[in-house]
Design a protein around this ligand. Structure first.
Ligand SMILES: [Zn+2]
Ligand SMILES: [Zn+2]
Length: 219
């Protein structure tokens, strides 16, 4: 739900069909589009009255309320008309209809959770934002699809606390996890597809795709 995702999503999916949204961490590039979604749900033509369940990491609700207070007189009031806010417990898995989502803390600058989605044997793991992390790799074990961040360019060095990975480091986690397909995401806009795949390919033999707006894949 980072900036731009809601507009992109509208080209493919009726937002009125969304039941649940699960947020990995409270950095703006991962949740800010719940704001335009809130306007759409509040004022757009809707066929159903059900609220969208918005699952936030621990502490996320306070942050969201503070954000709403800065632009809406009602604070989070309008938000609560269309969203039912829930805080997930990262130690427990979440059952959402036929799917189970489980969490793993990542190495990032604020509390962040990788998400593992399982539904009838299909496993998709999303790294969220993370520096290379053994536990995230374990969490992705045997995934059909591993969506992993690749924020850093090939030779970029993170000084001090680390919080991101390069395409090569993403591929190392994919190899450890034994995933079928690595989808590189959250990469620098100056990086080319060829570069990203080249760096990832040096350590991972499975399928590698670079995520892009409006790309489709069948699972
Ligand atoms: Zn982040
Ligand atoms: Zn991010």
């Amino acid at each position: 739900m980072g900036s731009g995702s809601f507009a992109n999503m509208r080209e493919h999916l009726d937002y009125d069909l969304i039941d649940h949204i699960v947020i990995s961490h409270m950095h703006a590039d991962h949740f800010f589009d719940v704001i335009p979604l809130r306007y759409a749900l509040l004022y757009g033509p809707r066929k159903r009255e059900t609220k969208v369940k918005l699952w936030l990491p621990p502490g996320g609700e306070t942050q969201l309320r503070e954000l709403c207070a800065s632009f809406a007189d009602e604070g989070a009031g309008d938000f609560l008309k269309v969203f039912e806010i829930g805080t997930y417990d990262p130690k427990r898995s979440l059952r959402l209809a036929d799917a189970t989502i489980s969490f793993c803390p990542t190495r990032h600058y604020i509390p962040t959770f990788a998400l593992r989605y399982e539904n009838e044997g299909t496993i998709i793991t999303y790294s969220a934002d993370t520096a290379p992390d053994e536990n995230v790799a374990k969490h992705a074990d045997d995934s059909k699809l591993f969506i992993c961040e690749a924020t850093l360019t090939a030779n970029e060095v993170e000084h001090g606390m680390r919080g991101h990975s390069s395409a090569r480091e993403a591929a190392e986690m994919a190899r450890k996890a034994g995933v079928e397909h690595l989808l590189l995401s959250h990469y620098p806009s100056e990086a080319t597809q060829e570069e990203l795949i080249l760096h990832a390919r040096s350590v991972f033999n499975g399928k590698i795709t670079v995520a892009d707006d409006h790309a489709r894949m069948a699972l």
